[in-house]
Write a protein that binds this ligand. Sequence first.
Ligand code: XMP
Length: 324
Amino acid sequence: DWTPGSVIDETVAQIRSRVGEARAICALSGGVDSAVAALLVHRAIGERLTCVFVDTGCMRAGEPEQVVETFSRHLHIPLIAVDARQRFLARLEGVTDPEQKRKVIGEEFIRVFEEEALRLAQEQGPISFLVQGTLYPDVIESAGRDTASTATRIKTHHNVGGLPEEMTLQLVEPLRWLFKDEVREIGLALGLPEEWVWRHPFPGPGLAIRVIGAVDEQRLETLRAADAILIEELRRAGLYRQVSQAFAVLTPVRSVGVMGDGRTYAQVVALRAVTSEDFMTADWARLPYDLLARVANRIVNEVAGVNRVVYDVTSKPPATIEWE
Ligand code: XMP
C-alpha cells in the first residue's frame, strides 16, 4: 500500500546506503520538488546536506524570505542564501529576447551555484553528491537515464579567491519514481508548509520573462507589487488552488489615463490565470468579474506607474501560458 510514510522510510534508507558518510548539496528553487528532495535527503544524512538558495532578484514578493525562514528557522536545515541580485541584473541589462533571458539566467545560476559548492567544499570538506528534484515524468522524458552513472562536474569559471578548480558530483534523485501529487503528500508529511506544497509552478527565469522587454530593478519591483496583489486576492477569494497558474505580466505598453484633473501616461499590467492538466494545453480561467475588478482597482491605486490592467483571455494553444 502506498503511504507517504512507507515511501519516506524506503527512500531514506536508499539515500543512506548510497550516500554513506559523504556530503551532499542541493539547490533550492523555492518550488515543491527541490524542497521535498532536500527534506528527504536531510532526513537520511542530516547536517551533511547543505542547501543553497540563490536570490536571482527575479523571485516573487516574499519568496526569498520564505525560503530562508522555512528552511533555516523552521526546518533547521543548513542553508546558504546567496544574494546574487546585482549579478543577475547586470547580466540582464539590455537583454530583450526571451530565449536570451533564459540563457543568461541559466548560465549565471550555474556559476553562482558552482562557486558556492566549491567554497563550501573548501571550508567543510569534499562534497560527493548533488541532490535534484527530478520527478518520474522527467525521467521518462529523458528515456530512463541511469542516475547511478550520472555525474556532474563543477568547476570555477574565473578565479574566485583560491577555490578548488573542480569537483565531480554524483546525482541523487530521490523523487525519480514519484508523481507530483505523491511528492506533495510526502512534502506535507515531512512538514513542508501547505502554502509551499500547493504553490503554482514558477519558471526558473522567474519574473525576468514576465517583464516584457528590457528588465531592470524598477520594472521588476512594479511587477512584483502587481503580482502580489493578484495572488493575495486570489487566495482571499479561495480560488488559488482552483487555478493551475496565475500571475501578472508587465507589458512594455504605455497608455493614457486620467487621475484627478491630470492626464497620465503609464504602464499596462496584464493578468494571466489558467487551468491546465499538464501545462501542454491550458484554458484561461473564468475568474469572477468582481475579483478581477478588485485586483485591477488595487493595482492602479497601489502600484506606482501603472494606470491600466487587462485580462488575458487566450487559451494555449495558440498562445503559451507565459508571455515570453
Ligand atoms: P508555456 O509558456 O510554454 O509554459 O505555455 C508552460 C509551463 O512551463 C513554465 N515555463 C518554464 N519553466 N523555465 C521553467 O522552469 C522556463 O524557461 C519556462 N518557461 C515556461 C510555465 O510557467 C508553465 O508552467
